[in-house]
Design a protein around this ligand. Structure first.
Ligand SMILES: [Zn+2]
Length: 160
């Protein structure tokens, strides 16, 4: 029994040494990394503090939401479907802003029949509407991307 404990200790030390090398930190710092709380729990605690509830209640709500979720349904739009829908909207000169601003229900008459059913689906499906909303052009996101790209490129040029 003592031998097994000793060998487990050695394995632990080896794992710790490898972690320290991989992360480029000391072995005592590497030991602390493992004792940090899981990311999901930290997120739940943050939400709990914001909502004035317990972390357990937040996690239970999340679990209930996942268990009761019907997403994706057979009618849900895939990212490819959305790309085609947006192309069809462009062909009929209907803007994404127009569709999103229309709120609920999305007026399906603004597109021809094959796409009208997709718009009908968007009326009642929040996850699909959220996916569509991420397709909206955003000046702020464009600027963020350009800044990110500039930093990356200048770093890459500096290293070449
Ligand atoms: Zn859907």
């Amino acid at each position: 029994m003592a031998d097994m404990k000793e060998s487990q200790g050695k394995v632990f030390d080896r794992v710790l040494a490898r972690r320290a090398r991989r992360l480029g930190i000391s072995e005592s710092a590497a030991r602390d990394v493992g004792s940090q709380e899981p990311v999901y729990l930290v997120a739940a605690q943050g939400a709990a503090a914001r909502l004035g509830r317990s972390a357990e209640a937040v996690l239970e709500d999340d679990l209930r939401r996942v268990e009761n979720s019907t997403y994706p349904s057979a009618n849900c739009l895939t990212p490819d479907d959305l790309e085609e829908l947006i192309d069809a909207m462009g062909a009929e000169q209907v803007s994404l802003q127009e569709v999103m601003a229309a709120g609920k229900p999305v007026p399906s008459k603004i597109l021809s029949p094959p796409w009208a059913s997709a718009l009908d689906h968007l009326t009642g499906c929040d996850p699909c509407r959220t996916l569509l909303a991420t397709c909206l052009p955003s000046e702020a996101r464009k600027r963020e991307f350009e800044t990110f790209l500039e930093k990356r490129l200048s770093r890459a040029i500096a290293h070449s």
